[in-house]
Design a protein around this ligand. Sequence first.
Ligand SMILES: CC(C)(COP(=O)(O)OP(=O)(O)OC[C@H]1O[C@@H](n2cnc3c(N)ncnc32)[C@H](O)[C@@H]1OP(=O)(O)O)[C@@H](O)C(=O)NCCC(=O)NCCS
Length: 189
Amino acid sequence: MQGIRTERTVITLVSAGDAGDLRTYYLRNVDHLGPWEPLRSEDYHSAAAWKDRARDFAGEALRGVAYRYVARLEDGGEIIAVANFTNVVRGVFLACHLGYSIDREMQGRNIMFEVLDALIPHVFQTYGLHRVMANYLPENARSAQLLQRLGFEVEGRARDYLKINGKWRDHVLTARIDDPDGGVRREDG
Ligand SMILES: CC(C)(COP(=O)(O)OP(=O)(O)OC[C@H]1O[C@@H](n2cnc3c(N)ncnc32)[C@H](O)[C@@H]1OP(=O)(O)O)[C@@H](O)C(=O)NCCC(=O)NCCS
């Protein structure tokens, strides 16, 4: 399997063949992800829905409107994390939104950081983007910490920004710019 390899993971763009693994990942993490995601319809996780969705995701990457990635610990292993670069706008903006999650069991090991630390420069270089925007619920301390370590800067707070888990919720807005002199804030300074 081709892909981006980090110390502990192999990361690939979603293809139609990932439908089953994506379904398994999201079903395994329904409770873990629920507080941070929109309410889902009853048939959202049916095998047919995931088959269509994975095919659509692959098509979006071909059209250059969204790039969705999955990470595994080894080729052919189960999906342990996802990172979605969506809402790609070109022209003078060259920007997109970033959303991500990691399997509940894999939290607290720096793996999400490892995946995004590899993917963000890849997305800047491969697709010629300039700005990645990531927004989080004020109480999502893990997400806040992760974004800060990845070099995202807080740009403001938006009221009633997204309907999460059934409620319009304020979000903290952050962005990372493709800045050759800036970038990741590492622990060693
Ligand atoms: C947000 C989310 C991806 C963060 O995952 P995470 O595992 O905390 O993120 P990281 O990969 O940065 O790992 C940091 C953790 O690894 C630990 N760690 C281990 N080795 C480390 C190292 N060398 N350097 C830094 N941290 C290290 C840290 O201590 C920290 O764990 P702790 O908070 O328990 O102390 C995860 O909580 C998640 O999937 N949440 C649900 C979905 C979600 O909220 N998505 C984002 C919506 S905005």
